[in-house]
Write a new protein. Structure first.
Length: 178
């Protein structure tokens, strides 16, 4: 999360506190295992996330489909996925050199950004975005969701050290659920 420069010592202390509060592997999007229509909240950098935190393990045994997707700098392979509505497991393999996440925005379209170019956490939450939290290179991590029919934008909003999101560098795809 980028913090605007705040004048004065009090502003600096508040800014530092907000920055520290935004650190960690949970960037706030809903890492749910139930319906893809539940709401989520926000995103963050995901830098240093490291370990896989599987999503929906209680649903995985009953999955109707399993889809493999590779996460690389800065793309998904495949970048267009079609599945039937129902319970779907995504086997996400981080084949890149950086941490990556697999997030979904129901309804398709572009990932909403703030005026500063950061992911708009409130807009993502309102839109019901959900994710498999960022995890490190050479790991495979599973996420299982109950998906309703529709179009979803796949994206990664992990930030580079320069502050650009992976999505802004092209790590965006489309999931069509029929």
């Amino acid at each position: 999360m980028k913090i605007a420069r705040v004048a004065g010592a009090l502003g600096l202390v508040i800014g530092l506190a907000l920055t520290l509060a935004g650190c960690g592997s949970d960037d706030g999007l809903d890492a749910r295992s139930a319906s893809a229509s539940a709401s989520g909240s926000g995103t963050g950098s995901g830098l240093g996330a490291g370990e896989c935190s599987p999503v929906g393990t209680d649903l995985q045994a009953d999955a109707d489909a399993t889809v493999g997707v590779a996460l690389d700098e800065y793309r998904f392979d495949p970048d267009a996925i079609e599945v039937a509505a129902g319970t779907v497991t995504f086997e996400a393999a981080n084949v890149g050199q950086e941490d990556h996440e697999l997030a979904f925005l129901p309804g398709g379209g572009e990932v909403p950004l703030t005026a500063d170019g950061d992911p708009d956490e409130d807009a993502l939450a309102d839109a019901g975005a959900f994710e498999l939290e960022a995890f490190g290179p050479d790991q495979t991590c599973d996420a299982t969701y109950e998906l309703d029919a529709g179009t979803y934008t796949m994206f990664c909003v992990v930030e580079t050290p320069e502050g650009r999101t992976h999505a802004s560098l092209g790590m965006v795809g489309e999931l069509t659920v029929g």
